[in-house]
Ligand binder design. Structure first.
Ligand code: CU1
Length: 516
């Protein structure tokens, strides 16, 4: 056998190397972040003022739909899988992922699925315009033909996620270095192990939902059609049985990243390691039994409302354990605030804002007031933008010196953080007020009393969007050169930057962690 190494583009197409595939995932996510972000800019441009200025209502609906789908399936999830590819093997002392060829395929499905999803916008009748939740009967009855391509794209994205999850589980359970017991694994590895089980459990449910849609649309079934004996509410049950755990698929790896960053810059071991693991598992379990809090208003029995209220607010308990532990880790630590730490601390504050509004909406009688308003939009954007996206950006600043061998520009990194942290609050905080005042979500026009807060929100949105171009510049600059990164990038004699309970290896880049 010859030892031929592919170069140029073939290196990336045929690669089975976890670092290369991690890089591919992260770049794909970055590109989709800008594609989905430009759609957010269209939305905020239309909502800058009352009245119709920029786009027609159908296209506006396509923008909200595609923005959500692209950010969830194209940006946040692939970014997390990218982190897993890069970090999980190195953190557990494995030479690569367990199934490297499948790893290649998991990634390469994505650009095709993503392209197909975006291409629906250019099809006859327009792209999907039924919201990212694609509720029946709108998506089964009134939607254009591009919906069938949308269904196929969702199936492909699901394949990719399930294969990625299988790979991560197989790697963690089979390929740990001797001595790396489960309870010694870095918390990022733990959060991804649990996330992978969530993925395997719920992606097939999503596939079931879109398959039923497909047959309702094309093959004469009536799963979601009351006229044929079906039930549109069934769609909501199936969708949210996937949809709620999906939220945790995006946020648990974020918890993992933040749990790696905070101990490093507090120069203390993570407080309550075991409780962090159990809290993550508890959140994952609870995420399966709360789905109907998204559909309190369909008219369910009071017993159902009570149950889903209690189950939902119970998630606050393990989540509070986590926030307490991060805070306790920082308590009396010798803290410094390099860029990754700024994003992590920003995450702890602002994700918690989203968590609190989640509690508010989890209470059924209160939810009747908030349902389908901008309050909901404010809530989940706090969870996902200064939540998941801040964790992703913090993780990139934290690990990019190891990935590239170069330090990023610290001054620009800090500028990126402060511009983002201020503008993201100008963008999303006012949406709480217009939501409480009654502005519905997913509309291109609104009553004049909502003008001021929408104007503020749009300005915040434009600044936040433009600021991310600075991030692109910082990343490219770091890849192309800069101050050389040392073996131990961050100044922490405890060696906390690799593992939580285990000491760091001497060489942090190529050598697997050694266990005492
Ligand atoms: Cu939920």
């Amino acid at each position: 056998m010859s030892d031929h190494k592919p170069s140029g583009i073939t290196r990336w197409i045929f690669t089975t190397n976890h670092k290369d595939i991690g890089t591919l995932y992260l770049w794909f996510a970055f590109i989709m972040f800008f594609v989905g972000g430009s759609m957010a800019m269209v939305i905020r441009a239309e909502l800058l003022q009352p009245g119709m200025q920029v786009v027609d209502p159908l296209f506006f609906n396509s923008m909200t739909t595609m923005h959500g789908l692209i950010m969830v399936f194209g940006a946040v999830m692939p970014a997390m899988v990218g982190f897993a590819n890069w970090m999980v093997p190195m953190m557990i002392g494995a030479p690569d992922m367990a199934l490297p060829r499948m790893n290649n395929w998991s990634f390469w499905i994505l650009p095709f699925a993503g392209t197909m999803l975006v291409s629906t916008l250019f099809m006859e009748g327009g792209g999907p315009a039924f919201g990212w939740t694609f509720y029946a009967p709108l998506s089964t009855t009134f939607a254009p033909q591009s919906t069938d391509f949308f269904i196929f794209a969702v199936h492909l994205l699901g394949f990719s996620s399930i294969m990625g999850a299988i790979n991560i589980i197989a790697t963690i359970l089979n390929m740990r270095a001797p001595g790396m017991t489960l309870m010694k694994m870095p918390l990022f590895v733990w959060t991804w192990l649990i996330t992978a089980f969530l993925l395997i459990a719920v992606m097939p449910v999503l596939a079931g939902a879109v398959t039923m849609m497909l047959t309702d649309r094309n093959f004469g079934t009536s799963f979601f059609d009351a006229a044929g004996g079906g039930d549109p509410v069934l769609f909501q049950h199936v969708f949210w049985f996937f949809g709620h755990p999906e939220v945790y698929i995006m946020i648990l790896p974020s918890f993992g990243i933040v749990s790696q960053i905070i101990p490093t810059f507090a120069r203390k071991q993570l407080f309550g390691y075991a409780s962090m693991v159990y809290a993550t598992a508890a959140i994952a379990f609870l995420s399966f039994i709360v789905w109907a809090h998204h559909m309190f208003t369909v008219g369910m029995p009071v017993a159902g409302e009570l149950y889903f209220t209690y189950a939902t607010v119970m998630i606050a308990v393990p989540t509070a354990v986590k926030v307490f532990n991060w805070t306790a880790t920082m308590w009396k630590g010798s803290m410094t605030f390099e860029t990754p730490m700024l994003w992590a601390v920003g995450f702890v504050f602002l994700f918690t804002v989203g968590g609190f509004t989640g509690l508010m909406m989890g209470v059924a009688p209160a939810d009747f007031q908030y349902h389908d308003t901008y309050f909901i939009v404010a809530h989940f954007h706090y969870v996902l933008v200064p939540g998941a996206v801040f964790a992703i950006i913090g993780g990139i600043y934290y690990w990019i010196p190891k990935w590239t061998g170069n330090m990023y520009d610290e001054k620009l990194g800090k500028l990126h953080f402060w511009l983002s942290a201020i503008s993201v609050n100008i963008l999303f905080f006012p949406q709480h007020f217009i939501g409480l005042a009654g502005m519905p979500r997913r509309i291109p026009d609104y009553a004049v009393q909502f003008s001021e807060f929408n104007f503020m929100s749009s300005i915040g949105g434009f600044v936040f969007g433009a600021t991310q171009l600075l991030f692109l510049y910082i990343v490219i600059k770091c890849i192309r050169g800069g101050e050389k990164a040392t073996d131990q990038v961050w100044d922490n004699p405890e060696g906390l930057e690799w593992t939580i309970p285990s000491p760091a290896p001497y060489h942090t880049f190529e050598t697997a962690p050694q266990i005492k």
